[in-house]
Design a protein around this ligand. Structure first.
Ligand code: 5AD
Ligand code: SF4
Length: 486
């Protein structure tokens, strides 16, 4: 159920978008500013698609837009503060152009709701994380109220479950890479995390729907697809298991999982690479490991955030595993895919984190030799278990120091992992041109590692064989061995 409300404040009439012929014939233009994670990037494209279908044009220039939407993040306080400062910038523009519609959507909109109006009075619309299909109608509500002489403020925070917006055939961001959201929401309850409350319960899209969407992107030129989900490998956990009768007639033995989706996408002609973010250690199954092993389009790279290397912290975070359980899952995974590269997120300065707890994270990062690491200083999020029950007791100075130390550990580990590829020939999907200079292209190896090499624009979107020549903590450089394979 959506909960759209139109709050009216009696103010001087503002007649918008009506009157001149030109205004009626030219399509309104929408511009979306995206903060946060890749899923937000996908949602922004989804929103733009809804506007185009409603007769709008999209524009890359905020100055040209009639509607500016901010797709926001809530994961750390800093992300919200940045959005508010951007919104502040828009206040001046709105003062000059009162006809502009300013909307805030996504995670921060869901979390803060109509309080956004009190910090940013020039905002017209606040729409939550499951409202993109309704966005054009919500903007329509703002305009209709204005035309009737009201200053409208529209809030829509409903958690609608029917989110199967069919994007097949719609343009995406272009280039050789496309995002594909396979599931939304999160049913876990990590105590630091705002995501379950702002993104709602898990909702997996059906495999045939996803394969159709993937085919649509490939037909338009995408070569790589990144599967997105807050816990992407819990894909399908929300789908009821088939009954005994259904098992007999459909042959379907259990609920669909990410492994099944990977195997289906492996069959999509023209698709060269499948990536996925972000996985959760608790859902690393043998079926998933075997699908990665068997499907050569699937990158041998898995983001599997450990968050901490201390059992006491993992328990306080309610991550659902111990260090040893994580270790054993990785042994199972590496037994099937020995060359898999792993990435991790880490939180430093979680409430109660002692020197010994932090040392354990540093040691675990080195032990598991993560190729890529993202380190975050703990930021209490209102309403989460940790913020409600645990004091944010690690001083900022210590958080900063631990952040630096873990980044250095990450550099050592990244260099070690990257160096192991020097001398090998890897299949590289070239993603684009380097902006550092002419004649250099950037891509990713089949292990998901960033690589640069000499080459021209004709390589973009192709798979090429590249000899790895050197490594740094952050990537590889190589030389082209053979021209495109495909
Ligand atoms: N404080 C700091 N980092 C956080 N993350 C999520 N919530 C918080 C928080 N409250 C980090 C986690 C997660 C990544 C996306 O952001 O490491 O994996
Ligand atoms: Fe930020 Fe998390 Fe929302 Fe992504 S899902 S935008 S990381 S709060």
């Amino acid at each position: 159920m959506s909960t759209t409300r139109v709050q009216s404040k009696a103010t001087a009439p503002e007649i918008v978008g009506s009157g001149s012929e030109a205004a009626e014939s030219a399509p309104r233009r929408v511009h979306v500013v995206t903060f946060g994670c890749q899923m937000n990037k996908y949602d922004s494209l989804l929103a733009e698609g809804r506007f185009r279908r409603a007769g709008y044009a999209t524009t890359d220039r905020m100055e040209d837009a009639d509607v500016v939407l901010f797709n926001t993040c809530s994961v750390r306080e800093h992300a919200e503060e940045r959005t508010f400062s951007w919104l502040g910038e828009l206040k001046r523009v709105k003062a000059e152009r009162p006809d502009l519609v300013v909307g805030v959507m996504g995670c921060m909109a869901q979390r803060v709701g109509e309080e956004i109006f009190s910090r940013a009075g020039h905002v017209d619309l606040v729409a939550g994380t499951r409202q993109f299909a309704s966005l054009p109608a919500l903007v329509g509500d703002v305009l209709a109220a204005r035309n009737a002489g009201d200053r409208a403020r529209v809030v829509a925070l409903g958690m609608d479950d029917d989110l199967a917006v069919d994007r097949a055939g719609e343009p995406w961001a272009g280039g050789s890479h496309a995002w594909l959201t396979v599931m939304r929401g999160c049913d876990l309850n990590c105590t630091y995390c705002i995501v379950p409350s702002v993104r709602g319960r898990v909702l997996s899209y059906p495999i045939d729907h996803l394969v159709r969407e993937a085919r649509g992107y490939v037909e338009q030129g995408a070569r790589a697809i990144t599967l997105l989900g807050q816990t992407v490998n819990s894909y399908g956990e929300d789908v009821p298991a088939p009954s005994a009768g259904e098992r007999r007639w459909s042959g379907r033995q259990g609920r669909p999982g990410l492994a099944d989706l990977l195997r289906e996408l492996q069959q999509v002609d023209g698709l060269a690479r499948i990536r996925m973010i972000t996985a959760h250690p608790s859902y690393v199954t043998e079926a998933l490991a075997e699908a990665i092993r068997d499907c050569d389009k699937v990158e041998r790279f898995l983001p599997l955030p450990a968050q901490s290397g201390s059992d006491a912290m993992l328990r306080a975070m309610k991550r659902g595993y111990t260090v040893d359980l994580y270790r054993r899952r990785m042994e199972m995974l590496r037994a099937r895919v020995p060359d898999i590269e792993l990435a991790s997120d880490w939180i430093v300065g979680f409430p109660g984190e002692s020197d010994a707890d932090f040392d354990a994270s540093e040691a675990f990062l080195a032990e598991q030799a993560f190729a890529v690491n993202y380190v975050f200083k703990y930021s209490p999020r209102p309403g989460t278990g940790a913020a409600e029950r645990l004091a944010d007791d690690v001083p900022e100075e210590i958080k900063k120091e631990r952040n630096q130390r873990l980044l250095r550990a990450s550099e050592r580990s990244g260099l070690q992992r990257n160096s192991a590829h020097v001398g090998a020939t890897r299949r590289v999907l070239v993603d684009g041109l380097s902006d550092r200079g002419e004649g250099v292209v950037l891509g990713r190896t089949e292990h998901g590692l960033a690589i640069s090499l000499k080459g021209e624009a004709d390589l973009v979107g192709r798979i090429v064989e590249v000899r790895v020549e050197s490594a740094s903590a952050y990537g590889l450089t190589g030389t082209l061995q053979t021209y495109p394979q495909d």
